[in-house]
Write a protein that binds this ligand. Structure first.
Ligand SMILES: Nc1ncnc2c1ncn2[C@@H]1O[C@H](COP(=O)(O)OP(=O)(O)O)[C@@H](O)[C@H]1O
Ligand SMILES: [Mg+2]
Length: 256
């Protein structure tokens, strides 16, 4: 049997927690290790698309067409550092356009079927909500990575996300699991950040990754150049932190 891509969704209904940054840089770290990687932009804001130097307004076809009109996903893939299935603002209308379709929660899962043999990892960036776009991502995923900004730790938000996942498991995708919770935007000089990580570990135990992503300006600079931090500053701590995370995820894959 042909090996199938491992599908990872990056989700947290809070904005600004580094979902997009983590999707791109973990994907770039997998690619650096020789994996074939597809990133999928499921956010109408198109930040992931832009972070690889692609103008969302220039696209003829985007994830909207894949989800709503069932266009072959290969038609919206552009090849950059990694392959990227692009999004633009029209994706904002996809939830309403899909709402009357039978199987609306499985549109993305279906779109992946023909390409699962072509990649080792498919990494899905999601919008800051738990609406139909995110539900499509969680239904298509094997694993979920939850980036959490340690500065404004929202336990209620995490419990909401867990409840949504439970609903997905009961109704749509029994196998989906949290791969790990990733502390991001960590300012290690502050007591607050340490406390936030302690609270996470008390509540989620070893599901909190050992990797931590520290706050650095490199993460704001790299997307402006259309690059991952691994390409923009290959020897920096920012790049190294995502290489560490890739190691952790690959190691989990072997033991689980
Ligand atoms: N570790 C980090 N250090 C500093 N800035 C970061 C870091 N990670 C992400 N950022 C910045 O924070 C902002 C939000 O990140 P983003 O990945 O877009 O979050 P989300 O997709 O969850 O909304 C962006 O401007 C990004 O460049
Ligand atoms: Mg984002």
């Amino acid at each position: 049997m042909e090996p199938k891509a491992k599908v990872i969704a990056f989700a947290n209904q809070k904005g600004g927690v580094a979902k997009t940054t983590t999707t791109l840089n973990l994907a770039a770290a997998f690619a650096e290790k020789g994996s074939r990687v597809l990133c999928v932009d499921m956010d109408p804001q198109g930040n992931l698309t832009m972070s690889q130097g692609i103008d969302p307004d220039s696209l003829d076809l985007s994830m909207y067409d894949v989800l709503v009109h069932h266009v072959d996903i290969r038609q919206v893939v552009k090849k950059r550092e990694i392959d990227i299935a692009c999004a633009s603002i029209d994706l904002a209308g996809a939830e309403i356009a899909m709402s009357t379709q039978i199987g609306r929660e499985r549109s993305l899962q279906k779109a992946f079927q023909p390409i699962l043999g072509e990649y080792d990892f498919i990494c899905i960036d999601t919008p800051p909500s738990l609406g139909l776009l995110t539900i499509n991502a969680l239904t298509a995923a094997d694993k979920v990575i939850v980036p959490v900004q340690c500065e404004y730790l929202s336990m209620r938000g995490l419990i909401q996300l867990q409840n949504t996942l439970e609903m997905i498991r009961e109704n749509l995708n029994p196998e989906v699991q949290i791969e790990g919770i990733l502390p991001t935007l960590v300012d290690s000089r502050t007591l607050h950040a340490k406390e936030a990580i302690e609270i996470l570990e008390e509540n989620f135990g070893d599901r909190v990754f050992a990797s931590r992503i520290r706050k650095t300006i490199r993460f704001a600079e790299a997307p402006v150049k259309g690059m991952s931090v691994l390409k923009y500053d290959p020897d920096g701590v920012a790049a190294e932190s995502y290489r560490q995370l890739a190691k952790e995820v690959l190691a989990h894959g072997q033991e689980r």
